[in-house]
Ligand binder design. Structure first.
Ligand code: AMP
Ligand code: MG
Length: 425
C-alpha cells in the first residue's frame, strides 16, 4: 500500500493564532463564507436557446414521456416474437415499411415482419427489431436464423424520462446536456435566477493597468485580469471599479459604493497588517460584520470575509497566487451559493506525487502541478511547479491542476497519494 495523505476533519484543523485573531482551517473559513452568503431570489424567463450557463430557478417537470412512443433503435425488421414457432431459420413476408416521422398501421397480418428505421414508431404488438445486418432479404421476404430476445432494439415510451418526472431541479446549472434534455421534453423557455452582480476593486498605489507605462516601483495589475477572467461566467455580471490607491478614504468610498451596488464585493490587496494595509480600518468604519480574518492556507493566509450591508465581502490578499488560491477555495463556493447553485463543492481527483517536498506543517498548501506520466492504476504522477511563492504567476499559468497538501504532512514523497483540484472550477 502506498502511504496516503490524510485529510483531517474540519474540527482537527482549527488552531488559534493568539493576539491577531483566530486562524481558521480552510474548510471552516469556506463554510463560514458560505454561511454568510444570501442566495439571490430574482428570476427572469429566457428562451431555452439563450439559457446556457444560467441557473435554473424552479423545478422543471416533463409533460411528456421520453421517448414519447415505443420506437426502433435500429434500421431493421420488427417482429412479434410469439409468431416465431419452432427452430429457425424463419422466412417472413414484409408487410409494410415505416420510416421515422411516419405512423404505424393499426394491424398487420399474422406471421409478417415490418421494415422499420431508427426512430420510427413500433407497431402495437411488435416486441423486437432485428437489425438489417442480421437478416437476409429476398424480394418481399426476409430470412432470419436467430430469435432475438424480447425488447431487442426497441426503445420503450418513457424509458428515458417518465411523464411528470423532474428534468431540472432549482439551482441546476444549465449545461448543453441539460438544455438538450429540456428541449427533448418540449421545454421552450426556462426561468433562471438573475445574475449575481460582483464588484471588483484592485487596491494598491503601485498598480498600473496593462497598456500603461511602468514608472519606478510600479507593477501591472494582474489580479483584476485574473478575477475578470475567472468571473466570466454567464451567471455573473461583473462591475469593475478599477484601481484605487492605498488611501483609506479613497478605498472606503469605492468599497462602500461597490457594496451598495453589488451582491458581492471582491477587493485585492491591503488585508495584511502593514501600515499601508487599510482594508481593516475601512471595514471597521463601514460596520462590516466579519466572519473570517485569517485562514490556515498557503498561499493566502490573510483573507477577510464578511458582509457590508447587503453585500458579501471578500478582501483577498494581493499576491497574485494568493488571490487565485483564496478566490478558488474561499470566495467561489460562497459566490456560487449567492448565485443560487445547489452544488457548491469543487471537483477533485486522486493523483500520485512524483516529487519530494519537505515543508512546515500547520497550513493547507496549494501547489501548482503538472504531469506527463500515469502510474499503473492510471493516476497522474504529478510534478510540482515553482516553489510555492505566493507572488509567482508563471508556475500557476503552466499548471494543469493544484495539489492540496494537508496541514499535518511534514514531507511529500514520491508515490504518496495526493488530491488534485482543477485550477478554477
Ligand atoms: P498587499 O496584499 O497589498 O500587501 O500586496 C501584496 C503583494 O501583491 C504586493 O507585492 C503587491 O504589489 C502585489 N499586488 C497587490 N495587488 C496586486 C494586483 N492587483 N496585481 C498584481 N500584484 C498585486
Ligand atoms: Mg497593497
Amino acid at each position: 500500500m502506498l502511504p496516503n495523505a490524510t485529510f483531517p476533519t474540519v474540527a482537527e484543523r482549527t488552531c488559534n493564532a493568539g493576539k491577531a485573531g483566530e486562524v481558521l482551517a480552510v474548510d471552516i473559513a469556506g463554510a463560514k463564507a458560505i454561511a454568510a452568503a444570501i442566495p439571490v431570489t430574482g428570476t427572469e424567463t429566457l428562451p431555452l436557446i439563450e439559457s446556457l450557463g444560467r441557473i435554473c430557478a424552479n423545478a422543471v417537470a416533463s409533460s411528456i414521456d421520453l421517448p414519447p412512443f415505443d420506437n426502433s433503435a435500429m434500421d431493421g425488421y420488427a417482429l412479434r416474437l410469439g409468431e416465431l414457432a419452432g427452430k429457425g431459420p424463419w422466412q417472413l413476408p414484409v408487410a409494410a415499411r415505416i420510416a421515422a416521422g411516419q405512423i404505424a398501421g393499426s394491424s398487420y397480418p399474422a406471421g409478417c415482419t415490418v421494415r422499420i428505421f431508427t426512430g420510427a414508431p413500433l407497431p402495437a404488438g411488435f416486441d423486437a427489431v432485428v437489425m438489417q445486418e442480421n437478416c437476409e432479404r429476398f424480394g418481399a421476404m426476409v430470412r432470419l436464423s436467430q430469435k432475438p430476445p424480447a425488447g431487442q432494439n426497441v426503445r420503450i415510451a418513457g424509458e428515458d424520462v417518465a411523464n411528470g418526472a423532474t428534468v431540472a431541479a432549482p439551482g441546476t446549472l444549465l449545461t448543453p446536456e441539460r438544455i438538450a434534455l429540456l428541449a427533448a421534453t418540449g421545454t421552450a423557455s426556462v426561468a433562471v435566477l438573475r445574475k449575481v452582480r460582483i464588484g471588483l476593486v484592485s487596491t494598491g498605489s503601485e498598480l498600473v493597468e496593462p497598456g500603461g507605462l511602468l514608472s519606478a516601483g510600479q507593477i501591472y495589475n494582474s489580479n483584476r485580469f485574473f478575477l475578470r477572467a475567472a468571473l466570466d461566467r454567464p451567471w455573473i455580471e461583473p462591475v469593475d471599479f478599477g484601481i484605487v490607491a492605498d488611501d483609506p478614504e479613497a478605498i472606503r468610498t469605492m468599497v462602500s459604493e461597490a457594496a451598495r451596488r453589488c451582491d458581492v464585493v471582491i477587493t485585492t490587496g491591503g488585508v495584511s497588517a502593514g501600515e499601508e494595509d487599510h482594508m481593516m480600518d475601512v471595514l471597521k468604519r463601514e460596520n462590516a460584520e466579519l466572519e473570517v480574518l485569517k485562514v490556515a492556507m498557503r498561499p493566502g493566509k490573510p483573507v477577510t470575509v464578511g458582509r457590508i450591508g447587503s453585500a458579501l465581502f471578500f478582501g483577498l490578499p494581493g499576491n497574485p497566487y494568493a488571490t487565485a488560491a483564496t478566490f478558488a477555495r474561499i470566495a467561489l463556493p460562497a459566490i456560487k451559493r449567492t448565485a443560487g447553485f445547489q452544488k457548491l463543492s469543487a471537483s477533485w481527483m486522486p493523483a500520485v506525487s512524483g516529487f519530494t517536498y519537505r515543508r512546515k506543517q500547520g497550513r493547507t498548501e496549494y501547489v501548482p502541478v503538472t504531469w506527463s506520466r500515469l502510474d499503473a492504476d492510471g493516476l497522474p504522477i504529478v510534478e510540482m511547479l515553482g516553489r510555492g511563492s505566493s507572488a509567482s504567476l508563471s508556475p500557476l499559468a503552466m499548471a494543469r491542476a493544484t495539489a492540496v497538501l494537508p496541514p499535518d504532512m511534514p514531507a511529500i514523497l514520491p508515490g504518496m497519494r495526493l488530491r488534485i483540484e482543477p485550477l478554477c472550477d
